[in-house]
Design a protein around this ligand. Structure first.
Ligand code: UDP
Length: 240
């Protein structure tokens, strides 16, 4: 296991959408298996990995609100959705022989530990993957913001933002505009002034205020999580 001289501590944000595979809704075990394999490889290599998973494959509060539901209640549904993703990832990590703990911001003792930052750090030091569920536990926040906050609190060296179907940050949507240009590096302020889709503004400003680097990269490309951890030049690096 990764005792002692670890090879860096990272907060990995996984897109909830990616968990659905081609399906759009729910969890595709093949995708989760693939991600677990990639995470297991870097953990065996000595990296400390904490994970935040989105919930877009189940519910997004803002979307339910548009269809007439109360926003806060919809957001709680969104947060509960993320927990299912966490349990799926935990299961496949276990199959890989990697110990993990799920810690949720909404207490649910039968399925997960409560969020206890110091305990999370101890788990990481012991070579366990810590998976943070239920976002911040608060409506009107996102899992991107959760990822930034957790990264800061556990003193991760970078936020690795895994995207579904896009290999970095572009000046316009590459799926709609074939002439879109990819950035290799960006400053936080450019992300905000140009309105680039890296993460929501709350998450970006947290990273900017605390100088936490963000690497935006394609999650599902084989070996990319390892490349991100090793600091290879993939995706787009957002920093000062
Ligand atoms: N959510 C929330 N507070 C949080 C994290 C998430 O209310 O701290 C809710 C919100 O409704 C969000 C949903 O959970 O839409 C799923 O999270 P995610 O950030 O993945 O939304 P997405 O980025 O997929 O739109």
């Amino acid at each position: 296991s990764g005792h002692g001289a670890h090879r860096g501590r990272f907060l990995l944000k996984l897109s909830g959408e990616a968990f659905a595979g081609g399906g759009g809704l729910g969890v595709d075990p093949d995708v989760v298996h693939k991600m677990a394999r990639e995470i297991a490889a870097v953990v065996r290599d000595g990296a400390e990995i904490a994970v935040v998973i989105g919930g877009g494959n189940f519910f997004r509060g803002a979307e339910l609100q548009q269809r007439g539901m109360d926003r806060a209640r919809s957001d709680y549904m969104g947060m509960l959705g993320t927990v299912m993703n966490c349990l799926a990832l935990q299961d496949f990590l276990e199959n890989e022989g990697i110990d993990s703990r799920v810690q949720t911001a909404i207490t649910m003792g039968q399925v997960a530990e409560p969020y206890i930052p110091l305990r999370a750090v101890r788990h990481l030091e012991k070579g366990r993957v810590v998976i943070f569920g239920a976002g911040m536990g608060m409506p009107y926040f996102s899992t991107d913001t959760t990822a930034a906050q957790r990264a800061l609190e556990i003193q991760a060296q970078a936020l690795l933002m895994g995207k579904n179907g896009v290999d970095g940050v572009y000046d316009s949507d590459p799926r709609k505009n074939p002439a879109a240009v990819k950035f290799d590096a960006l400053e936080y302020s450019e992300v905000i002034t140009r309105g680039l889709k890296v993460a929501d503004a709350t998450a970006i400003s947290l990273c900017m205020d605390n100088k936490l680097p963000i690497l935006v990269f394609e999650l599902l490309a084989e070996g990319n999580i390892a490349r991100a951890v090793k600091g290879e030049k993939i995706g787009t690096l957002v920093s000062d």
